[in-house]
Design a protein around this ligand. Sequence first.
Ligand code: DP6
Length: 329
Amino acid sequence: MSNIGRARAHAHANIALAKYWGKSDARLNLPAVPSVSLTLREMTTTTTVDPDPRLKEDVFELDGRPARQSELRRVVEMLERVRELARSPIHARVESRNDFPTASGLASSASGFAALAAATTCAYGVSLTPAALSALARASSASAARSVFGGFVLLPAGERGDGRLAARALHPENHWDVRIVVAVTDEGEKDIGSTTGMEGSRKTSPLYAAWLDQAEVLTRRLRKALTARDLDAVGTAMEQSTVAFHAVAMSSVPPAFYWKPATLAVLETVRGLRAKGVPAYATMDAGPHVKVLCEATNVKRVERALRDVPGLRRTIVGSPGPGAVARRL
Ligand code: DP6
């Protein structure tokens, strides 16, 4: 119990190029499909965990406000897992901040739970391999398993019962000088969270079985194209993965519609860029924002084109970034 102290971690959001949507094991939180992502340097969660023997329960503050019950519950679950490994009964004060909008389909749970896993294990003196840290983050939110690593990352599909399933790095940050321009269309929180949305899809969408097959094929194609740094092939597979998962979400009961008019307007602009010879490709998550993949040399042209889209609030340019890091304070 002696090796316990305040710790802080930084983790970065990641955007899936091949999408995760659907679980093979809801209890262990295992994805039913493989996914591939890029970790983004410019979107950061900073989390501080301060174990304090005087506390009667865990306390969690998110973006400077007390957390809601549902948010607190997921954080306490992670703390419980780490306390079990540390054999410590001590509660903690947790503070977390995102430098981008929280819970709106901007991957805040990915960087959030990766930062929390790194900060909590560091605070409780639990030393884990990167794979074990990734599995710990995955148990809270599967996309968070990917933010433990930098650069281009794979999270394989999980077989039922495989509690050790973890992400792994495919290519380092410097593999490919691409950018993801995040077009923020609406800073409001999403109506249907991804956890609820994808469980709804598994239970009710008539397209779900086809999605499971297609996700395997698209991930394989995307990985090959990523190794070859072939933007047109990566972009084409990425767009198909996005539209297929949204088709599954939209065909669920109740339907999960994440697109807003501005989402379609950005998609139209991206197609327009391609028609003018600028290779740019779009992806969306469980929210209305669009993330545009392009070469670093084309980022200004993409930003300029997006500036005129009605309903667009702002853009964030993301570049390949590092994995999660934690240190004692
Ligand atoms: C659409 O990782 O938030 O962003 O495991 O239930 O916490 P849970 O889901 P989460 O889902 C992310 C889904 C997605 C696609 C992706 O990031 O791969």
